[in-house]
Design a protein. Structure first.
Ligand code: NAD
Length: 343
């Protein structure tokens, strides 16, 4: 595969990256992927067994904060593109322990973009042509925009107003990427996506917690009054958006990705309980909804997020393939098989 371009993908033992890698390898035969992941508690190589033996895929365990390692990877594999997923991603953990979020999301992103810049752009003149347009794609979140009231949508022009240490660290990383475009002319793009759901998400997140606790007949914890609204997107639709922006997005631009699927947390839990009640009825309860337990709200809990994805739709022709009703059924089926539950 010597003629193939090699892309460095970071954090792909996690939820979104491990959905992205098989999708991308299958769709394109002209790329090799090198996956750099520290395998923190959030990374799991079982998410990528289907790629293990693919000659166009290589896994490296390591930290994006390790500069020497990054320099080695860029030159050893002649990296010609980066898609940067690696991050600390769980808001609750960022409230308990913000330091590691600053380290990985801010310092790690700086390291990665700076090593890429030096490898691609500080080359002798003759080599420059080949590298100058190498793409750096930074994966970010809609949480950088803060919270919405009952109406309105986040667009790419919405001012940043992050409220949690997680969103502040992601906002900072977005700004660092922006500066490498403005100052050094790097070919970076940023995507800010809404909440993802689908296979391979870590147990700690809302939807896997609802499914697992229901099946184990444990209380299903819901923050506050359950009326916080998120805009849910099926993970493969996010991956397809990333693919489009990586290939066709304009240098220095930001694209919002969102499913136009606003749901309160209470609606999410009710939908999942109703599906499980039909598919796999509880032996002790008339409905899994009886397990719903309201718990003290998360500090600084943003009330509503909703994305306006018009730019991505109209400029690059993106459209979500799943709506929430179809996506959630696929997701539940995946977790039922992970937990070894059969009818
Ligand atoms: P995740 O927590 O499931 O996975 C993160 C991965 O990064 C893990 O495999 C972990 O081992 C790895 N990692 C952590 N620190 C690292 C380090 N220092 N060096 C190398 N690897 C490291 O996260 P996810 O949900 O897959 O999110 C991926 C990206 O997408 C993140 O940047 C996140 O901010 C962004 N995002 C997520 C969502 C969502 O709903 N999950 C929505 C929008 C944006």
């Amino acid at each position: 595969n010597n003629k193939n371009q090699t892309i460095l993908v970071t954090g792909c033992a996690g939820f979104i990256g491990s959905n992205f890698v098989p999708y991308f390898l299958e769709k394109y035969s002209n790329y090799n992927l090198v996956n750099l992941d520290l395998l923190t508690y959030a990374g799991d190589l079982n998410n990528l067994v289907e790629c293990e033996n693919n000659p166009r895929y290589k896994f490296i365990k390591g930290d994006i904060c390790n500069r020497e390692l990054l320099e080695f990877i860029f030159s050893e594999y002649d990296i010609k593109g980066v898609i940067h997923f690696a991050a600390e991603s769980h808001v609750d953990n960022s409230i308990k322990n913000p330091g590691v979020f600053i380290q990985t999301n801010v310092n790690g992103t700086y390291n990665l973009v700076d090593v890429a810049y030096k490898y691609w752009m500080e080359k002798p003149f003759l080599y420059k042509e080949e590298y100058i347009n190498c793409r750096f794609h930074h994966i970010s979140t809609d949480e950088v925009y803060g919270t919405l009231g009952e109406t309105g949508l986040f667009t790419e022009k919405t001012p940043y107003a992050p409220n949690s240490p997680y969103s502040a660290s992601k906002a900072s990383s977005d700004m660092i990427i922006r500066s490498y475009v403005e100052t050094f002319g790097m070919n970076c793009v940023i995507t800010n996506c809404s909440n993802n759901y689908g296979p391979k998400q870590h147990n700690e997140k809302l939807i896997p917690t609802i499914i697992r606790n229901a099946l184990n007949e444990n209380p299903i914890p819901i923050y506050g009054d359950g009326k916080n609204i998120r805009d849910w997107l099926y993970v493969l639709d996010h991956c397809k958006g990333i693919d489009l922006v990586y290939h066709n997005g304009n240098k220095g631009e930001t694209y919002n990705i969102g499913g136009r699927n606003e749901r309160t947390n209470l609606q999410i839990v009710n939908t999942i309980c109703e599906i499980l009640d039909k598919e796999f009825p509880s032996k002790n309860k008339s409905s899994y909804k009886e397990l719903i337990t309201f718990v003290e709200d998360r500090a600084g809990h943003d009330r509503r997020y909703a994305i306006d994805a018009t730019k991505l739709e109209s400029e690059l022709g993106w459209k979500a393939d799943e709506n929430f009703d179809t996506g959630i059924v696929k997701t539940i089926e995946w977790y039922l098989s992970k937990y070894g539950v059969c009818k």
